[in-house]
Ligand binder design. Structure first.
Ligand code: NAD
Length: 450
């Protein structure tokens, strides 16, 4: 597979694509490695993961630069992403020794629950955050006593491959964490269909997620789906308008809008709508788009020509709105764009574009805001800007999404649960229960009467 630098369009390197036979071999090896890993003391597993985390920490800069090269992320973001992998490994290592079952009162005996690792976990990752998303599942799955086979996206396998090398170098047992770059319908599908893989964690588009869920259903295979989003940013008239406006540009432009949690539907109460746009325009126009290695850059390129073509289909050149600037090319560039005056049912207002494009829609009152917020098939994230704590809570309860923030755009923290409602997914990752999601719960009743 050709791996391109999205900022220039240049060929970085080529990577072999795994075949179904490679998947078979990987699963057989992972199955063997997992048996002794699961039998190891939790403290031993924790020690290994701490060593892996320490080695990632030593290589943050190298990993970050690899992410800039293959994914076009700004250097600052990429450094944060590599640090996120380290922190997640450390957090998960801590969980290994706290994966406790329960004791449940039972007449005539004692009832206990035991968490047993599932076995081999298949992780299928997207290209938009190659490093953190690979680690979201990998770190807790390993900590809970599983083996992991990770298939990175076709366009971004390099950081995942480097992480696998670092895992080995840190002393993690061989074949416990394997990375198989390859095509989704070939290597990805072989993982999904393999009887030796106990669970699939898929992060990607809703379209592919549905196919994977159907294939897993056939085998009653466990599946977690982290899918698309079209998240609202709801600004009430009683909000601190300056703060809400200041936080808006990067809430949909971070990672060039290729973020499942991007706040791409900006819903503004009508009484402050025009003022909001007046304040927003200069901020969007001033966003620095360009060389991801330049520390001043706020937004880099899109991942590929295909993604650029897709984004263009949603934006009419003469549509009203706010436009920033972007390099002409080579590379896959699109300017920061805010569309105004659209019908709320317009495709750009309800479909996931996955580029630096947001729409602004006015609303009348709280009920209207909630109705508009819920008027997509997705339910991943959202923000609510208000000074009224009662309203913040009412709207948080009424919006059908897994991750909401009040007076903030923060969505993903490794210590809190993350996942979607409706077409945004199934299951939760991260947070205090992350390890449990990679276990079966066994109940054992011990009679005291025999
Ligand atoms: P995608 O669905 O095209 O691909 C995701 C992964 O699935 C890739 O590794 C791909 O090779 C693999 N794949 C494709 N077809 C497959 C098949 N038939 N069987 C098995 N694997 C297959 O998604 P993408 O374009 O890489 O990523 C963008 C999407 O990911 C967006 O929709 C975005 O919202 C979503 N996403 C969701 C989250 C979340 O946590 N909810 C996070 C990041 C991205």
């Amino acid at each position: 597979m050709d791996i391109l630098n999205p900022a220039t369009g240049d060929l970085l390197t080529t990577v072999p694509a795994a075949t179904p036979a490679d998947v078979d071999t990987a699963v057989a090896r992972a199955t063997r490695a997992q048996r002794s890993w699961a039998a190891a003391a939790p403290a031993t597993r924790a020690r290994h993961l701490h060593r892996f985390a320490a080695l990632v920490d030593d290589h943050v800069e190298e990993l970050a630069r690899l992410e800039v090269d293959e994914a076009g992320h700004t250097l600052g973001n990429a450094r944060w992403e590599a640090g996120n992998v380290r922190d997640l490994l450390t957090y998960s290592a801590g969980g290994a020794e706290r994966l406790n079952g329960r004791q449940i009162p039972a007449p005539g005996g004692l009832d206990i629950t035991i968490h047993e690792p599932l076995g081999v976990i298949g992780v299928i990752a997207p290209w938009n955050f190659p490093m953190p998303i690979a680690a979201w599942a990998t770190a807790p799955a390993l900590a809970a006593g599983n083996a992991v086979i990770l298939k990175p996206a076709e366009t971004t396998p390099l950081t995942a491959l480097r992480l696998a090398e670092l895992a080995l170098e840190s002393g993690l047992p061989e074949h416990l964490f394997q990375v198989l770059p390859g095509e989704g319908p070939v290597a990805g599908n072989a993982l999904v269909e393999h009887p030796g893989v106990a669970k699939i964690v898929f992060t990607g588009s809703t379209r592919v997620g549905k196919q994977i869920m159907a294939a897993c259903a056939d085998r009653v295979k466990r599946v977690t789906l982290e899918l698309g989003g079209k998240s609202p940013n709801i600004v009430f008239a009683d909000a601190d308008l300056a703060a809400a406006v200041a936080a808006t540009p990067m809430s949909f432009l971070d990672n060039s809008g290729q973020d499942c949690c991007a706040r791409t539907r900006i819903l503004v109460q009508r009484s402050v709508h025009d003022r909001f746009l007046e304040l927003l325009a200069p901020l969007v126009e001033a966003v620095v788009v360009g060389d991801p290695y330049d520390e001043k850059t706020q937004m880099g390129p899109l991942i590929s020509q295909a993604q650029l073509d897709r984004v263009r289909t949603y934006v009419d050149e003469d549509a009203p709105g706010i436009r920033g600037t972007a390099p002409e090319g080579p590379g896959f560039w699109f300017p920061p764009t805010v569309l105004t005056g659209l019908d709320p049912g317009h495709p750009a207002a309800v479909e996931e574009i996955f580029g630096p494009v947001a729409v602004v829609l006015p609303f009348e009152d709280e009920a209207d805001a909630v109705r508009l917020a819920n008027a997509t098939e997705y339910g991943l994230s959202g923000s609510i800007w208000t000074r009224d704590v009662g309203r913040a809570l009412r709207v948080s309860q009424a919006v059908r999404a897994g991750n909401l923030s009040v007076n903030s755009h923060s969505s993903v923290r490794y210590w809190t649960p993350f996942g979607g409602y409706r077409q945004s997914g199934l299951g939760r990752e991260l947070g205090p229960d992350a390890l449990t999601a990679f276990t079966e719960t066994k109940n054992v009743f011990i009679s005291t009467e025999a």
